[in-house]
Every structure is written in structure tokens, then in C-alpha cells.
Design a protein around this ligand. Structure first.
Ligand SMILES: [Zn+2]
Length: 65
């Protein structure tokens, strides 16, 4: 799945923040700290980030060429 454009619950736009979030977490930072630094405070939005699994990189290997 792609990362959703908006939070399912409150409708806040979150897609524009995902790249920065993923980058910082990849650098080994604590996801909770990263979300705090990025002012994502509502727990409905936070779960969108924390529960997201990036499967597209795996799926794309099996595409028809
Ligand atoms: Zn939300």
C-alpha cells in the first residue's frame, strides 16, 4: 500500500510528512521522538505513521515487465 494522503480519522494531510519521517527513522531515531519533533501530536495521525508497512518495494520486484 501507498502511504495514505490523509489521516483516516481526522482528515489532516500527512502524506507530505512521510518522506521526512521515514528518512529520520532510517537514521535510527526513535519514531515517537520524530513525530514529536514534526509536531504530529494527535494519536489518530501518529498511528498512521507507526502502523504503516512499506510493501511497495517488495511487490515491485514481481511486476510484469
Ligand atoms: Zn489524525
Amino acid at each position: 500500500m501507498y502511504f495514505p494522503i490523509r489521516c483516516f480519522t481526522c482528515g489532516a494531510v500527512i502524506a507530505d510528512k512521510y518522506e521526512e519521517y521515514a528518512k529520520r527513522v532510517k537514521e535510527g531515531k526513535n519514531p515517537a521522538k520524530v513525530l514529536e519533533e514534526m509536531d504530529i501530536e494527535r494519536y489518530c495521525c501518529r498511528r498512521m505513521f507507526l502502523s504503516h508497512v512499506e510493501v511497495m518495494d517488495k511487490i515491485v520486484k514481481y511486476r510484469k515487465s
